[in-house]
Ligand binder design. Structure first.
Ligand code: MN
Ligand code: MN
Length: 305
């Protein structure tokens, strides 16, 4: 069989990167020629993970040939994938997001409402009786901690907790200490330009007909990030113009206290007030207990759009 390219979403996070590696490994165990790829730069958190575990980053690609065999992990939408997704041969999808993909041919599609793609992969390894070695366990563990913010996000399920417990044993990593160090490594914004910060974890979504970008930045101190508020707003305005957006939401998420400060710009910014019953003062408000874009932001905004 021809080569299979495995990749996660654009602006890859730790889940997208590690899941592509782990899924490519899974495919190899099935006897397939699979290669992990990535659609963007490695962020600092993921860099910490790969360095710590001594694992090489997947190959960076910006396009694939029409007709190529691909496996998608951690996403299933056109907006977040390669531009010619409709012209490639999607063999499998392993995900934990809402389902938007539609194809004209059958495929293996596995999505579960769990906290992380790696939790689904962990279950698949078990089901197939494949060995989860120390490195694979470390990769899986890192992604689950990242996506669930140390099992504190409301997206966390018992299956994620169970996986973390066993993966901690196999990898020899302590989820609390290793996890916090890893999350903190991801909050170091010092070397990034404003433009880079605004693209680190930006998701473009259309809420009914409202063209939106929601960017999430993790931090150990909201105050520290808010020092750059006016520069961030300037950058956001620029992106709004370039992409003709109705709404740009920047979520600055406090990983220690599990709150998010939002900066909302664009003509549809009122949705944020309506959705959370807050008043935007100077374009910003504190969203208490909000840490999950997937569960606490996108569905609520869609409902109020
Ligand atoms: Mn992701
Ligand atoms: Mn994920």
């Amino acid at each position: 069989m021809e080569k299979i390219l495995v990749f996660g979403h654009k602006n890859p996070d730790t889940d997208s990167i590690t899941s592509s590696i782990v899924m490519a490994n899974f495919e190899k165990k099935l006897g397939h020629d699979a290669e992990a790829c990535r659609l963007g730069n490695i962020n600092k958190e993921t860099e910490y993970v790969l360095k710590y575990l001594g694992v090489e980053a997947p190959r960076l690609i910006d396009s694939v040939e029409d007709g190529a065999n691909v496996i998608l992990v951690d996403h299933n939408s056109y907006e977040e994938s390669i531009d010619n997704l409709d012209k490639v041969n999607i063999l499998k999808v392993i995900d934990h997001h809402k389902i938007v993909l539609s194809t004209s041919y059958p495929l293996y599609f596995r999505a579960e409402p769990v906290g992380c793609t790696e939790t689904v992969l962990y279950k698949m390894y078990k089901e197939y009786g494949f060995e989860i070695d120390k490195k694979i366990a470390g990769l899986m563990l890192s992604a689950i901690i990242s996506d669930t913010l140390l099992l504190k996000s409301p997206t966390t399920t018992d299956e994620d907790k169970k996986a973390v417990e066993e993966l901690a044993k196999i990898s020899g990593l302590d989820p609390e200490t290793y996890g916090l160090d890893m999350l903190k490594a991801g909050t170091d914004l010092s070397s990034f330009s404003i433009e880079e910060i605004l693209n680190l974890d930006a998701k473009q979504v259309t809420l009914k007909d409202i063209k939106t970008v929601i960017n999430q930045v993790n931090t150990a101190s909201i105050e520290e990030v808010m020092k750059k508020k006016s520069e961030l707003e300037e950058g956001m305005e620029k992106i709004i113009k370039e992409k003709d957006l109705d709404l740009f939401m920047l979520l600055i998420t406090d990983i220690i206290n599990s709150n998010s400060q939002v900066i909302a710009l664009g003509k549809a910014a009122g949705i944020v007030e309506k959705s959370y019953g807050v008043k935007l003062e100077d374009n910003t408000a504190l969203l208490k207990g909000v840490v999950s874009r997937k569960k606490q932001v996108i569905p609520i905004l869609t409902e109020n759009a």
